[in-house]
Design a protein around this ligand. Sequence first.
Ligand code: GDP
Ligand code: IMO
Ligand code: MG
Length: 422
Amino acid sequence: MANTILVGAQWGDEGKGKIIDVLTEQADLVVRTQGGNNAGHTVYIGKTKYVLHLIPSGILRPGKKCVIANGVVIDPVSLVGEIDGLLKVKVKVDGNLFISETAHLVLPYHRELDEQREILKGKHKIGTTKRGIGPAYGDKAARTGLRVIDLINPDRFEQLLKIRIKENNEVLKAFGAKPLSFNKVHAAYRAAGDRLKPFVTNTVVMLDHANRHGARILFEGAQGTFLDIDHGTYPFVTSSNTTAGGACTGSGVAPHWMDRVVGVMKAYTTRVGEGPLPTENAEIADMLHAMGREFGATTGRARRCGWFDSVATRHATMVNGIDEIAVTNLDGLDTVETIKACIGYRVGSTRYEYVPNDIEAFSKCTPVYAEFPGWLTPTHEVRRWKDLPVKARSYLKAIAELSGAKLAIASVGPSREQTIFL
Ligand code: GDP
Ligand code: IMO
Ligand code: MG
C-alpha cells in the first residue's frame, strides 16, 4: 500500500474507523493528524466493539505503529483513560503508540468555555461535543496554548498552567461559571503527564525516517469534509482542517510523500450537531434509528439522517483530491423501495451544482433528486461485487460517478469481513 490519506467525505461518522481497520492490514503506521476526542471511530473485531477517540484505529492490529501527531489536540486525562481501556481488553499499546511533543493540550477550561459559549449562543449553538476542541485550537492560534512537551516538563508546566488558569478563571467568572482549582487541575494533569511521557517523541523525525525506509503510512482523518474549519459549513464546523491537506500540516509529512486519497462516505448522509443538511429526511432517520443505528459514538446523540448528497461528495472530491471512494452502510438501504440521491440544489429559480459558501444560501437549498429502484434484498452476507444485487451495483456505480472518483470499497456491515473490494 502506498501512503494513503483517508478522509470523511460528508459530515463525519462515515465509517472511517471501520475502513481504517480494513486498510491497516497493508500499512505499517497509522497516524492521526487533527481533531481530538470529539472523534469516535468504531471498529468491530468479531463481535467485540471498540470505539477509539484519540488513539488511531490501527492500534487494534498487532504490531502496527500508531502516531498521534502534532495537529491533534490531546486531553491527556482522557487519553490515559483510553489507553487503560485498551490495556484492560489486552490490546498492546506500549511500543506501538507514539505521541507528538508539539501536539496541543485540551485543558479543563477549554471544556468549560466550550460549554459556556454554547449556552450563550442559545438556539444558534453549534451542537459541539463539549470536549473543548474549539477553545483548545483557539489557544493554539492565539499562541497561548500548552503542548505535550510542556506537560512532561514539570516545572515549566506548573508555571504556564498557573498563568493560564488565572486568566481563564476571569473569563469563566464573567460567564457566571465556577472557577477552576489550580491544584486539582495540576495534580490530574501531572499524573497524566507521567503516564504519557514514555510515549512522547519527535513524531516528525520518526515519520520522516519511516518514509525514507519505505514504510506504508495510513493517515486517519477525523470528522468530515463539511466540518472542516476552512471548507466546511462555517460556523457549524469543528476547529481543524479535516480535509486532506490537514494530513500534511498535522503530521509534518510533506505533500510529495502522499500517494493517494481515499474518501469514505455513507450510502446515505448523516450529521450530528447543528447546521444545514439539505437532504435531511425524517423517514430515513426513523428507519435507521428503529434499527438501532446512527447514534453518535462520542456523545450518544441521535444523528440526523438524509439521502445521499452527491453535490456535497463531488465538492469533497475536489477539495481533498479523492482518488478512491469507500461507500459504507450500503446495507442501511436494503429495505428502501425507492432510493433518492441529490444531484443539485435549488434556491428559488437559482440552481447550484456546488455547495454555496454563504451559509444562509446553503440553508435555503432544496435538493434536486434522482431516483433509483431499491434492491429490497439483504446485502450483509455478500462478500463479492458480483454477488451484490444488480440494483445495488447500479446505485453504487451511480453515486461514485456523481462524486467524481473511483469506487474501491463497498461495505455491507460493521465488521472486517463485511467488506467488498472492487
Ligand atoms: P467514523 O467516525 O467515521 O469512524 O464512524 P462512526 O464509527 O462514528 O460511525 C459509523 C457507524 O457505522 C459505526 O457504528 C460503524 O460500526 C458502522 N458501520 C460502518 N460501516 C458499516 C456498514 O457498512 N454497515 C453497517 N451496518 N454499519 C457500518
Ligand atoms: P468522527 O471523527 C461527527 C461535530 C459536532 C458539532 C461540530 C463541532 O467520529 O467522524 P466540536 O466538538 O468538534 O467543536 O463540534 O462537529 N463533530 C462531529 N460529528 N463526527 C465527528 O467525528 C465529529 N467531531 C465533531 O457534532 O456539530
Ligand atoms: Mg464517529
